[in-house]
Design a protein around this ligand. Sequence first.
Ligand code: ZN
Length: 458
Amino acid sequence: MDLLIKNGTVVTESESFIADIAVKDGKIALIGKNLPLEAKKIVNAAGKYVLPGAIDVHTHLAMPFGGTVSADGYLSGTRAAACGGVTTVFDYPMQRKGKGILETVEERLKMCAPQACVDYAFHCIITDLNEGSLLDEFQAAVDYGITSFKCFFVYKKEGMMVDDGTFVKVLLKAKEVGAITNLHAENPDIIDMNIERFLKEGKTSAWYHYLSRPEFVEAEADKRAIHWAKTFDTPLYIVHLANKEGVEAAAAAKLEGYNIFVETCPQYLEFTCEVYKREDGRNFVCSPPIKGQESQDALWAAIKNGTVDVVATDHCPFQSYEKDWGKDDFTKIPNGCAGIENLYPYMLSKANEGKITFNTAVKLCATNPARIFGCTDKGSITVGKDADIVIYDPDQEFTISVDNMHSDYDHTIWEGVKLHGYPVQTYVRGELVYDHGNFVGKPGFGKFIKREPRIRKG
Ligand SMILES: [Zn+2]
């Protein structure tokens, strides 16, 4: 064997048990008690948890946005991922008018491949159907391993928004080829109306970012999208859902048996809209904005009852000087926050505190993302899967600071947040990439994950 992790508490989505894990050629070869095996490397994990690596299915690395580019590229973003126990990241290449899906993806793949420190996959954002011809490319995209697409209901002037007709065409075509459609759901017209009014009234602080797109702006779009997904019986994955009414609509549709999937993010679980009243409120500006306490409570309840399927980050940090562009005008603040290194430690800390179980944290951050997005070799500690493994010390106290993160940004909304328990080692396909606070991986080691399509229905 190449690696033997002994006596740790192995956690899956449904059970926890003490066992040894043997790794050979990057795969989990055996799981059992007191395995009588020789190995090149033996790790004693007694008193620690042994978890599947997290899969952050929502990141924007080296993303052009708001007149700049997000602060983490593929190298620093995946380095930070490794140090936070994330062993696969999903990035979002953006198709533009006149461009194809595969040429868009391949351009990003070329940038990512030499830099990636953990494994990676791509969803493709669809912004224009090129008079319909783009739909003919969906099958080729799926054959290539791109089994999910994304639409935006917002960002009209950025040329990213799709109308309902385009959205439904994407939903239907995606279903036909065994893919799933992701959606950023907010109502663009009401946002524009509110922004125009606030700016006219001189209301320009970050607080008005929240007030221009409060709960109901997101809820309407969630319900509209769920309506179309139900009407056409297509799968739908709502990204970064953050409001109570949307949670309720998704829960009802799931109960009726529709393939509606819900993602939320740690920033919506930890903070409330009150942060936008702070002096550094602009640093928290992301879209959708962080909502009120009632929504946060609804999200935690939805995590416990299974309505939320995935927790991912929407990692898209910008530097302080870029955030400062919006000091006197909230519309000039680049949208996005850091999170890739905080996702798993945060959710596991909540498990350690007893708010959720470790099994739930594993399900939300690893097993469900792999299942929903077709990463068949990943997402659980199971014989035959990739040895993407995190060793977690439940007794290590950790205070998040920009100084102990491994990204390229110069501030974090998570500054000062205290966590109980922290990852001590991360393995990607059996290779150690993070060890007790230090990145020990190699750029270029991460590989592209070709994903499986969903089972095609009718
Ligand atoms: Zn996003």
